[in-house]
Ligand binder design. Structure first.
Ligand SMILES: Cc1ncc(COP(=O)(O)O)c(C=O)c1O
Length: 417
């Protein structure tokens, strides 16, 4: 049987179950010493800043905003291509969101557009290192210093990425990182605020330490969900479970992706599960995963390089462009197909041949009803929605990456037909 290849590949420690069992055995599933150890290990890797764990990356960001205590109505600038929850949480924190456009070549916030949307109420810029590629930090920091703005980096996709040799997450006043299942460091959920200013870090920590611990049931359910996800993306299980749904959806033009993602809605009041602490068992997994992070990153980079060698010479195909001085960690690998057939048609052709392709991993918030009326520039973000995301994740075998590359090459070469 021809197995299908999933768009997602979580980074999984081979001894995950043993780590969880040992943690349970010590009675330290929820509270325990590894939370602090993990925070210290994270700080050491980053090179500077104080790390504070949280239930999600998004809520780590929210706590930084709360700790900054900005006047209500202050404006915060996001890229118009990002995960909708992050700007929504800025609104929940009392700020007015404004969207600057992205460069469709790099998928990152365009500094020229940032300059155009600034007003005298702007207080914060959020460079999101989308898909694992660092933003143009020289330009962003220059704008921030000229206009006296706070920079909060969104590093959810970019743990391990560097700009001119310096790790992302250390350029701004603070940064968020995510440990959700598919992210570079998989702790089955959770996140960190990495804060450069010690006084601000102390405030964020006070907010976090006032929160309740999660129930043991909630944490067990989360770990069980992680285990199920690991099972469902194994090629043979995926081929007989989720893949047929995607295959049929591709035929009938349905979009099952909407069931995979969180319902789009106002986040006021904040959902309960956002408002709790990061449990020890997830820190145990994070600590062990940190020791393997560089290996996983190198594998994803090697797979991306192979994909670029395979697709780079095709007429009209645009492979990822990495500006000089930036280290891309390829959380996603995005290409534009030749003009002609629509993106969705290319996706259908890949899916029919057993390669599950994702289209848009994030959102264009200015085009969502939730953000109607927000000041926005978004033409580049709309162009970026035409890219396709090809699986290159670290867990693919050599044979699988070769098969993905050969299939996508064949589909893209025949794209004009
Ligand atoms: C760009 C971006 N920022 C922030 C987040 C939030 O991470 P978390 O799910 O840990 O809250 C995500 C999550 O997918 C994301 O894609």
């Amino acid at each position: 049987m021809l197995t299908a290849i999933s768009r997602y590949g979580a980074r999984v420690l081979p001894d995950t179950e043993a780590l969880i069992a040992a943690c349970k055995g010590r009675g330290e599933l929820i509270q325990g010493p590894q939370i602090t150890e993990f925070e210290h290990a994270f700080e050491q890797r980053a090179g500077s800043g104080t790390a504070i764990t949280a239930a999600y990356g998004r809520i780590a960001f929210y706590y930084m905003l709360k700790a900054l205590d900005l006047p209500s109505g202050s404006e915060i600038v996001f890229p118009s291509l990002t995960f909708w929850v992050v700007p929504e949480l800025a609104r929940a924190a009392g700020l007015t969101v404004v969207f600057a456009d992205v460069d469709p070549q790099t998928f990152n916030i365009d500094p020229d557009s940032v300059e155009r949307v600034l007003t005298d109420r702007t207080r914060v810029i959020v460079p999101t290192h989308l898909y694992g590629l660092p933003c143009d930090m020289d330009r962003i920091l220059d704008i921030a210093s000229r206009h006296n703005l706070i920079v909060l980096e969104d590093c959810a996709h970019a743990l391990g990425a560097a700009y001119k040799g310096r790790r992302v997450g250390t350029f701004g006043t603070g940064a968020l990182f995510s440990f959700q299942t598919l992210k570079p460091l998989n702790c089955y959920g959770g996140g960190i605020a990495l804060v450069q200013d010690p006084a601000l870090a102390a405030k964020v920590r006070r907010i976090v330490e006032a929160l309740p611990w999660p129930s043991e049931k909630r944490v067990r359910d989360r770990l069980l969900m992680g285990r199920l996800q690991r099972i469902f993306i194994k090629p043979w299980v995926f081929s007989i479970s989720l893949f047929p749904v995607l295959w049929i959806s591709a035929l009938i033009d349905a979009n099952p992706d909407v069931f995979l993602w969180e319902k789009i809605r106002p986040l006021r009041p904040l959902p309960d599960q956002y408002m709790e602490r990061f449990p020890n068992v997830q820190a145990v997994i994070g600590l062990a995963a940190l020791t393997r992070l560089d290996g996983w990153t190198a594998q994803a980079q090697a797979n991306a390089a192979y994909m670029t060698r395979t697709l780079g010479d095709l007429p009209g195909v645009q492979v990822p462009r990495v500006p000089a001085g930036r280290t891309h960690v390829y959380y996603q690998y995005c290409v534009y197909g030749p003009d002609g057939p629509q993106r969705d048609e290319l996706v259908v052709r890949c899916v029919r041949r057993g390669i599950d392709i994702e289209t848009l991993h994030v959102d264009v918030p200015p085009d969502m009803e939730l953000f109607q009326g927000a000041t926005a520039e978004a033409d580049g973000a709309r162009r970026a929605t035409q890219a396709i995301q090809i699986p290159i994740y670290a867990g693919l075998t050599e044979e699988q990456i070769e098969r993905v590359a050969a299939t996508v090459r064949s589909v893209l070469s025949n794209a004009r037909a």
